[in-house]
Ligand binder design. Sequence first.
Ligand code: RP5
Length: 163
Amino acid sequence: MENTPLIGIIMGSDSDLGIMQKAMDTCKDFDVPYEVKILSAHRTPDQHAEYAKTAVSRGLKVIIAAAGGAAHLPGVTAASTILPVIGVPIFTKSLNGMDSLLSIVQMPGGIPVATVAIDGAKNAALLAIQIIATGDEKLQKKLVDYKKQIAEESMNKNKKLNG
Ligand code: RP5
């Protein structure tokens, strides 16, 4: 049971994988089990619907959904599950990811998607981990340590500046 995925990481295409690797790496750093799938709201709507509808019963706690362009994947996922959905807008060459961002962030009332920055895969994973940590003291401790670590790294930059 321990390795049952808690975070589902889905993305519209394998071309999103380079960015989404950061989400996977962050889950690994915190030892939070995850699963990864290519699922498209447009190209594989039936397979995607099945995934979203069975997510709760399969034990997932949060879904991270990444998509670029007409980025409907996070919103359609949120429409089909009661799990929290975090959307990652993927950078696009034609519109610099603004198309992805606006497609994901402008959800209608009643169907929330927590949207991170364009290509913000690492923050998406951190947010998913923080959500799961609300019911997991061990994970809370890891998050406290992580915050200490990034504060230390930041302060060390001052040491370098001032010699
Ligand atoms: C979206 O279309 C994907 O999320 C990807 O960001 C974008 C382009 O997909 P490919 O044409 O590279 O497969 O569905």
